[in-house]
Ligand binder design. Structure first.
Ligand SMILES: [Zn+2]
Length: 271
């Protein structure tokens, strides 16, 4: 496919494929006779392309898909993976049911080129859910799903393949771009990534951007901590808004949303 790079084997029979659209990483874990997918892409058409791309690695069926979180680019391909079992956090399921139709309408209205693709989305939420932790077996391999606290959303799940030392972080981490805070909890995000850090013993695959390791995670964690510090100082009146925006770790256009979400949290508006 012209818009896709080949699968990268980041651990023993653990792959990720980086798609040009949204610079997104999709994970694939092979077990004996079956396979597990991590996230399902943004539309049924893109999910069908993904399932074709899986065929270049294995003829075994995808029996399990995992949604790292409810966002459209991670879950709108779900229906195409059936009859696979779909795992996700219980709030991933709840939010897809409550907000999925509105998210389809928003994407269809905002992307004329893909309008028909978005209108073809069938909201198909996870049928297996976790609140804190679940282990999933795929062809003799144990895959760990863990909720570590609020961050990019109120229900981000990380996926760890212990026998291959690989961690899929979902959108708790994004490489090569500013993480998206629009649905996020900036005041909680550093503690969550700090817990994530203790699960790292090899490559870390972010939801978007280049595969990294501990150094990349430390760098991103340091930036999340700056957001918290700046927001606290602004909230306490120690900085004015302009100085706060200038002290953020991101360019000024990208700093407004994280700062405002952090302030909303400090005011208690997001609880
Ligand atoms: Zn997301």
């Amino acid at each position: 496919m012209a818009n896709a790079m080949p699968w990268l084997e980041v651990g023993d029979r653990v792959f990720t494929r980086r798609y040009a659209y949204l610079d997104q990483q999709i994970g694939l874990v092979l077990g004996r006779g079956e396979a597990l997918l991590i996230d399902t892409r943004a539309t049924p058409r893109l999910a069908r392309e993904l399932m074709e791309d899986v065929r270049s690695v294995t003829r075994d069926p995808v029996t399990v898909a995992v949604n790292t979180h409810w966002h459209w680019d991670h879950s709108f391909g779900n229906s195409v993976t059936r009859p696979a079992v779909i795992w996700g956090h219980e709030r991933c399921r709840d939010r897809l049911i409550a907000e999925g139709a509105a998210a389809i309408a928003e994407q269809a209205a905002g992307d004329l080129e893909r309008r028909a693709d978005f209108e073809a989305v069938v909201i198909d939420p996870p049928d297996r859910t976790l609140t804190i932790a679940a282990d999933v077996e795929v062809g003799g391999r144990r895959i760990e799903l863990r909720y570590l606290g609020r961050g990019h959303t109120d229900h981000d799940v990380v996926v760890r393949v212990p026998d291959a030392h690989v961690l899929f972080a979902g959108d708790l981490l994004e490489n090569d771009a500013v993480p998206w805070f629009g649905d996020g909890y900036p005041m909680d995000w550093p503690a969550t990534v700090d817990r994530l850090r203790s699960l790292i013993d090899g490559p870390v695959v972010p939801g978007h951007g280049t595969v990294g390791g501990l150094a990349f995670v430390e760098r991103q964690l340091a930036e999340f901590r700056v957001v918290v510090t700046v927001a606290r100082r602004l909230h306490a009146g120690e900085l004015d808004r302009q100085a706060a925006l200038a002290a953020m770790p991101y360019d000024s256009a990208s700093s407004v949303e994280p700062l405002d979400r952090a302030l909303a949290q400090l005011r208690g508006d997001l609880d």
